[in-house]
Write a protein that binds this ligand. Structure first.
Ligand SMILES: *Cc1c(COP(=O)(O)O)cnc(C)c1O
Length: 370
């Protein structure tokens, strides 16, 4: 990036969000749902788009009323449309929340390692950042979490459950402990909620009577609609009203609104793949020990796999075998998305090469690369 541009000082020298988008057949690096979309969905999308296309000379429904009703019905928990708010991916939701509740002179706290966009969006909205503590098993201890909140007094706290990149879900006790101590907003990022094991509670259960609590969700993961860009939140109606001050006018296109509604009407078919993805996740986890690897127990559609002697090299070796996974710079670990049985086959066929490559092959490579 040019050093001569008058960029804001806090953005200088930073790197952009950049999971590589490479042309590889087996892409297990961004936690999308790789199962094919259900029969009939693409025709239904085409029909719905055709019906509204003639009206594209007009701005969309600024309040996305119909979509918000559908989202409330999907989530249940007696939520109403006034408690739902959609945007272009949950990243935009997070940005709107920080624009409204973070900003200059304010701070946010998250329990790292977690989703890299939480600190990045904080930074871009002028919100300073504090790392909160995780335990050795990547869980969050309610008392230690509450103590971190007491110490830093953040205006916004992020709790990701199930967490990306570790897959760990937290108990509601963690949320209530953090909420009781937090002076500001508590955002529970539930991007992977639909993959959680049965009995894993959602923070949606806690919304009633907690005005500063927000739950964010997305259609990018379990719903298999990453290309649609549709995320949303559930919260007290006062939170939704506050966001009207920062959202751009007509932020959500007519096309996004209608296609999201079609996808919601196919929710049973779309979510039918969730169980199949979880089976592949568990199949990968079960195969790891005999490869000298291990996974953090996961409630999401991915595994944080540890035990790689050199995770950077392992990432490259897998890529050389046509399998793209995610290197999040956690020493010895790679994050691997679970998908279809064929993808698991390819991954499990490629994984042994990771060991063959270290250290013998790696020294060869080191020489040829330098
Ligand atoms: C993938 C992901 C998101 C989703 O982002 P979208 O903008 O909705 O695609 C949000 N939070 C976490 C923790 C994620 O992993």
């Amino acid at each position: 990036m040019s050093n001569s541009l008058p960029l804001r000082p806090e953005l200088r020298g930073r790197s952009a969000y950049g999971a590589p988008q490479l042309d590889v057949t087996i892409r297990l690096n961004t936690n999308e749902n790789s199962w094919p979309l259900p029969d009939g969905l693409s025709q239904a999308v085409a029909r719905a788009v055709g019906e509204v296309a003639g009206g594209l000379n007009r701005y969309p429904d600024r309040d996305a009323a119909a979509l918000r009703s559908d989202l409330a019905a999907y989530l249940g928990h007696d939520l109403t449309a006034a408690q739902l708010w959609p945007a272009n991916g949950s990243n935009e939701i997070l940005q709107q929340l920080l624009q409204a509740f973070g900003g200059a002179g304010r701070s946010a706290l998250g329990f790292t390692p977690s989703y890299s966009m939480h600190p990045l969006i904080s930074l871009s909205t002028g919100t300073s950042w504090h790392d909160g503590p995780r335990e050795a098993d990547f869980g969050i201890d309610p008392a230690r979490a509450a103590a971190a909140v007491r110490e830093h007094r953040p205006d916004v706290v992020f709790v990701t459950s199930p967490n990306n990149p570790t897959g760990t879900a937290v108990s509601l006790e963690v949320i209530t402990a953090v909420y009781a101590e937090a002076p500001g907003m508590v955002i529970v990022d539930e991007a992977y909620a639909e993959f959680a094991r049965p009995g894993t509670p959602s923070a949606l259960e806690l919304l009633s009577g907690r005005e500063r609590l927000v739950v964010t969700r997305t259609m990018s993961k379990a719903f298999g609609m990453a290309g649609l860009r549709l995320g949303y939140l559930a919260a007290d109606p006062a939170v939704v009203e506050a966001l009207q001050l920062v959202r751009l006018p007509y932020h959500l296109s007519t096309l996004t609104q209608v296609v999201a509604r079609v996808a919601l009407s196919y929710r049973h078919e779309l979510l039918a793949t969730v169980q199949r993805v979880c089976e592949q996740r568990d199949r990968i986890a079960a195969a790891l020990p005999e490869l000298g690897l291990r996974a953090v127990p996961s409630d999401a559609n991915f595994l944080l796999v540890g035990g790689f002697p050199d995770s950077h090299k392992a990432w490259q070796v897998l890529l050389d075998h046509g399998v793209l996974v995610r290197d999040l710079e956690i020493a010895g670990h790679l994050r691997i998305t679970a998908g279809t049985p064929a993808e698991t086959d390819a991954l499990l066929a490629a994984l042994p090469a990771v060991h063959e490559a270290v250290p013998e092959l790696s020294s060869d490579r080191g020489q040829s690369a330098s």
